[in-house]
Ligand binder design. Structure first.
Ligand SMILES: NC(=O)c1ccc[n+]([C@@H]2O[C@H](COP(=O)([O-])OP(=O)(O)OC[C@H]3O[C@@H](n4cnc5c(N)ncnc54)[C@H](O)[C@@H]3O)[C@@H](O)[C@H]2O)c1
Length: 458
């Protein structure tokens, strides 16, 4: 028999129980009740889908998250978001549960599809994740349901690619038996200011009734307000235009930077001077990676070609931006050769591997392309990133350097200037005193810390 000692219950313990008891009774009266007018299923729980599902789960009683990745599902249910968009506490408190079991979404009346829309090797839209999500939703669809797409597409994909799959699989008719909507996502990963709640959201629907239901759902989570586009194609086109415009504006600055490099002036100083005019748009040069700005223009270009147009500006922007990584690699090689020693003997550090600042996302990383180009010159760069998952990098064939070993560098290439680098007062001490700082985005351009150093920026 196990000997147990009964602890005397103290007055303090009793008080705690009474407080807890009161709290239990108070909760149902004070906690705002959640909406029940739609049962929501979010399909694809990535950078876009998870924050959306969490916000909706805070407002609605019934929100199911679905993803085909078992690892992603397990992590979410454990309270861990590998994309770092949602904190652990927030994720757990939201009450959202994720599943890769299709029965988890069987009661949904309102489906939101947020699956990836990448490009293939031929730089053509790769719509297979979207098609497969439509197949799955089609099997569950019942009369009166609504399917809203958030994935970035070219105008026409929702009605001409997705709707026929949904109709064929479900045996129902879009616009009559079920509603179609499109609401592009504008989140900016890593940005805690321009969030889902704080940015106006475009909504659209195939009928006025669908639009009203789409509005009602998004209205609960978007504080900045909704913009109702007149139809689905306009909403689809608006999203690709936003990202294409950004790509082209950056491309212009990148081209300017190639010119400035030839004539030996600073692009950033030129931009700073030009920005004193009221209508100058102060974009800056940089490497364009990731899965939005560098991808979405190809969606628009594909549509243009489908309708017998040959987009010049859109694709020129892509060509310029894609070529910038070679320009950075060539500049690095020139600077290394100038040091006199064999480039193979130099300690070269490349830091900031993820495609943009303060996110762990490695997709279409231009820094990794840069590493490849440097390796092609016989250089073995040390690679460092505080945000990137070392296992994910290893899967791609890159071993991340430990922070304590990322030092005594002859050349430091700051490709993606994460805040952790920029806010570290000792960051430039990683360079030898006579080392070269290649500050791709020019964040140290006016810094006292970079004064006296051999310096290069786009
Ligand atoms: N990330 C951004 O900054 C951003 C911003 C605006 C718009 N978008 C667009 O939103 C869409 C999603 O992008 P993301 O960055 O969230 O992608 P992501 O890769 O982070 O997430 C997509 C998720 O969908 C899952 N998935 C893939 N196929 C699926 C399927 N058939 N059924 C269910 N789940 C599936 C994946 O496992 C993954 O977890 C894309 O069209 C993208 O262009 C992205």
């Amino acid at each position: 028999m196990v000997a147990t000692t009964l602890r005397q219950v103290s007055t303090a313990d009793l008080a705690k129980v009474q407080i807890a008891d009161r709290a239990i009774h108070l909760v149902p009266e004070t906690a705002p009740s959640k909406a029940t007018f739609e049962h929501i299923a979010v399909i694809g729980l990535g950078y876009v889908g998870l924050p959306l599902a969490v916000r909706l789960a805070e407002q609605f009683e019934n929100v199911a998250g679905f993803d085909i990745s078992q690892q992603r599902v397990d992590e979410i249910n454990f309270g861990y978001d590998a994309t770092k968009e949602i904190g652990s506490k927030e994720l757990r408190q939201s009450g959202l549960t994720a599943s890769r079991n299709q029965t988890s979404i069987k009661d949904a009346s309102f489906y939101i599809v947020t699956v990836p829309t990448p490009i293939n090797d031929a730089r053509q839209p790769e719509l297979s994740p979207l098609r497969s999500a439509c197949q799955m939703v089609g099997q569950r669809l019942t009369k009166g349901d609504i399917v809203v797409f958030e994935s970035t597409v070219y105008p026409g994909v929702t009605e001409d690619v997705c709707a026929p799959i949904l109709e064929q699989v479900s045996g129902l008719k879009a616009g009559e038996d079920f509603g179609l909507g499109y609401s592009p996502e504008r989140i900016n990963p890593g940005d805690k200011v321009n969030t889902l709640q704080n940015v106006t959201k475009i909504v659209s629907g195939d009928t006025p009734e669908t639009l009203e239901r789409v509005r009602a759902v998004y209205d609960t989570v978007v504080e900045a307000g909704l913009h109702a586009a007149p139809n689905i194609k306009v909403a689809e086109a608006a999203k690709v235009l936003e990202n294409t415009q950004r790509d082209i504006n950056i491309a212009l600055m990148n081209e300017m930077s190639l010119i400035c490099d030839k004539v030996g002036i600073s692009t950033n100083e030129v931009i700073e001077a030009a920005a004193t005019k009221w209508n100058f748009l102060p974009f800056t040069p940089g490497l364009v990676g990731g899965h939005c700005i560098g991808v979405d223009p190809y969606y628009l270009a594909t549509l243009a070609e489908k309708v017998d147009l040959h987009p010049q500006v859109i694709l020129a922007g892509r060509r310029t931006n894609d070529g910038m990584v070679r320009h950075v690699a060539d500049a690095a090689l020139r600077l290394m050769i100038d040091r006199g020693a064999s480039v193979r003997d130099l300690r070269v550090g490349v830091c900031g591997v993820t495609f943009k600042e303060d996110v762990p996302d490695l997709r279409n990383s231009k820094t990794l392309e840069l590493v490849e180009l440097l390796r092609g010159f016989g250089i073995k760069p040390l690679i460092h990133d505080p945000h990137c998952d070392p296992d994910e990098a290893a899967d791609l064939g890159y071993v991340l350097c430990k922070t304590e070993e990322f030092k005594t560098l002859d050349v430091l290439i700051l490709a993606t200037p994460h805040s952790k680098y920029v806010n570290d007062p000792a960051f430039l001490d990683r360079l030898k005193p006579d080392g070269v700082l290649m500050d791709v985005k020019g964040v140290y351009r006016t810094s006292e810390k970079a004064k006296g150093r051999q310096y290069w920026a786009l």
